[in-house]
Design a protein around this ligand. Structure first.
Ligand SMILES: NC(=O)c1ccc[n+]([C@@H]2O[C@H](COP(=O)([O-])OP(=O)(O)OC[C@H]3O[C@@H](n4cnc5c(N)ncnc54)[C@H](O)[C@@H]3O)[C@@H](O)[C@H]2O)c1
Length: 260
């Protein structure tokens, strides 16, 4: 028996990736395309459009949509546009998020509302629309998957991240509950909880002194940030048929941060 064709493990699949203008979301979209999927990149940042038509994002298989996912109509809008580009999507990657570092005692009502809106409410309603279109589809895709990008902050406390941590914990809990409620539909729903990743965002935090890398990496067994590609690799695995027995789980990928 031969194993899966690793390079085309997502051939024929149709994915929606949020927060794909840059950082991890862009790397995930690139990975899914390289593995054979057609992909719709969604972001509020119009920069998302600039990737389409490049070698890695060919116009025949990569599509982009500018939308602020905090808006009430966002999920419905995305899944009204997705069929034109993709047909019935069978992969949803909830990656877009807003993080901010602020002492708990100073966080405003508006900031709390925004972080919950982007990081928790948007993934919920995107999953709802994704599952609705799958349950309506005449020809159900044989394999379908949701991957929610959480954080080790869902599992371990860190100062100045209380509101953000709460949304990521909610994602882990929601993932399990969706997997259970939707089991008849055959959709696999998993969370990934990364520790520090080298992204544009983290580089900005280092430059502005919010993050001190040696201090941050002190509890890590592997003394470096993850690359976006290392996380994207796990996302692609969870979407593929190689992960056909994986459902309702939280995948910690953290350089050993949680080990001690
Ligand atoms: N960078 C890290 O160290 C780290 C660690 C653990 C988890 N994560 C998680 O990984 C994911 C990606 O992180 P990143 O560092 O690449 O983030 P990033 O800030 O670099 O990118 C996030 C993307 O989401 C988009 N976005 C934000 N709000 C949006 C909205 N309302 N509507 C549409 N798009 C929106 C942004 O425009 C951006 O392109 C996030 O879920 C984050 O919480 C990141």
């Amino acid at each position: 028996m031969t194993g899966p064709d690793y390079n085309q493990r997502l051939a024929g699949r149709r994915g929606v990736v949020t927060g794909a203008a840059k950082g991890l979301g862009l790397a995930i979209a690139r990975r899914l395309l390289a593995d054979g999927a057609n992909v719709l990149l969604v972001d509020k940042d119009p920069m998302v459009l600039s990737h389409i038509g490049t070698r890695e994002f060919p116009v025949s298989r990569a599509f982009a949509l500018v939308k602020d996912l905090a808006e009430a109509d966002a999920a419905r809008f995305v899944f009204s546009k997705a069929p034109e580009a993709l047909g019935t999507a069978d992969i949803l990657i909830n990656n877009a998020a807003w993080s901010f570092h602020k002492p708990m005692l100073e966080v405003t009502f508006e900031e709390f509302d925004t972080v919950v809106g982007v990081n928790q409410r948007a993934p919920y309603f995107l999953a709802q629309e994704f599952l609705r279109q799958l349950s309506r589809a005449a020809n159900k895709p044989p394999d379908s998957a949701i991957v929610n990008i959480a954080s080790v902050n869902a599992l371990a406390g860190n100062p100045n991240l209380v509101a953000y941590a709460g949304t990521k914990g909610a994602l882990v809990a929601m993932t399990r509950a969706i997997a259970v409620e939707m089991k008849e539909l055959g959709v696999r729903v998993n969370t990934i909880s990364p520790a520090a990743i080298e992204t544009f965002h983290t580089k900005q935090l280092i430059a502005s002194g919010v993050i001190d890398p040696p201090k941050l990496l002190e509890p890590y067994l592997i003394k470096r940030f993850a690359s976006c590609e290392e996380i994207a690799e796990l996302v692609a695995f969870l979407c593929s048929s190689a992960a056909s027995y994986v459902n309702g789980a939280n995948w910690v990928i953290d350089g050993g941060y949680m080990a001690q």
